[in-house]
Design a protein around this ligand. Structure first.
Ligand code: SF4
Length: 249
């Protein structure tokens, strides 16, 4: 483009046009950097975040396909194999079109796909708060510092706690959160011991969530209070808002 033309065009841009220009510049920068990578994506949608200390906020949520665990209470089995290949640029554009400040990458297990790291790295360079929910079996040190890890520690009743990558407990950053999904009293006591011996003070939040329909919220609330345990009781907010079988929420 000739220099004169460029300045002519710029002169004609009003403020709305300028903002649109900035928006497309962001997308173009992001897409140039990631155009040759793919992700296997189960679903992308906008919803109220149901878990973590960010529960209640509007989020753009990307659920990736594939999981290396088989938890007894899994409520997203469809994410084990349903989904389609998408280029990272297409994923980024879908996320940006949802117009949220917060983004969650979840699964399945998002850290199984190397494209995840590239995607969250690029997104976190802009004014987004980016969370990655991981099942605790993968090394979280691959995540950039600006990205917040929400790390599951699988309790015995999940049937998967032998799959945990325990070095993660020493790799938590001050912004990260840890989550125990508790099925029964045995799970609770197991989680309490880990909290007291290894976790308190090591991350931003320790979350304890009862398995929906298996453990009454009141019961675990009373255990936490009796033990003076410094954890945040977490109910899966989305399950109280939308029907349990509903997808994309
Ligand atoms: S890690 Fe998550 S997606 Fe994978 S089996 Fe467990 S609950 Fe389901």
């Amino acid at each position: 483009m000739a220099a004169n033309n460029f300045f002519e065009i710029n002169k004609r841009l009003d403020m709305d046009g300028f903002l649109i220009f900035c928006y497309w510049s962001r997308i173009c920068h992001l897409t140039r950097a990631t155009q040759y990578m793919n992700l296997r994506v189960c679903e992308i949608f906008k919803s109220i975040q149901g878990e973590s200390s960010y529960a209640g906020l509007p989020f753009a949520i990307v659920r990736l396909t594939g999981c290396n665990l088989r938890c007894s209470y899994c409520d997203t089995r469809y994410a084990w194999d349903e989904g389609a290949e998408m280029g990272l640029n297409e994923v980024a554009q879908r996320i940006m079109s949802l117009n949220t400040k917060h983004i969650l990458l979840t699964g399945g297990e998002p850290l199984l796909q190397s494209g995840s790291i590239e995607l969250v790295t690029r997104l976190s360079e802009y004014a987004y708060v980016v969370l990655v929910e991981t099942n605790g079996s993968m090394d979280i040190s691959v995540l950039p510092n600006k990205v917040i890890a929400i790390v599951d520690i699988k309790c015995p009743a999940s049937g998967q706690n032998h799959m945990m990558y325990w070095d993660n407990l020493t790799r938590l950053r001050p912004t990260d959160e840890v989550k125990f999904v508790v099925t029964d009293r045995f799970d609770y006591e197991w989680a309490r011991e880990i909290c007291q011996e290894k976790l308190i003070g090591s991350c931003k939040e320790i979350l304890m969530a009862p398995v929906f329909g298996s453990l009454a919220p009141r019961e675990i609330a009373e255990w936490i209070l009796l033990d003076d345990l410094e954890v945040r009781l977490q109910l899966q907010l989305h399950k109280y808002i939308w029907p349990e079988a509903m997808r994309g929420v």
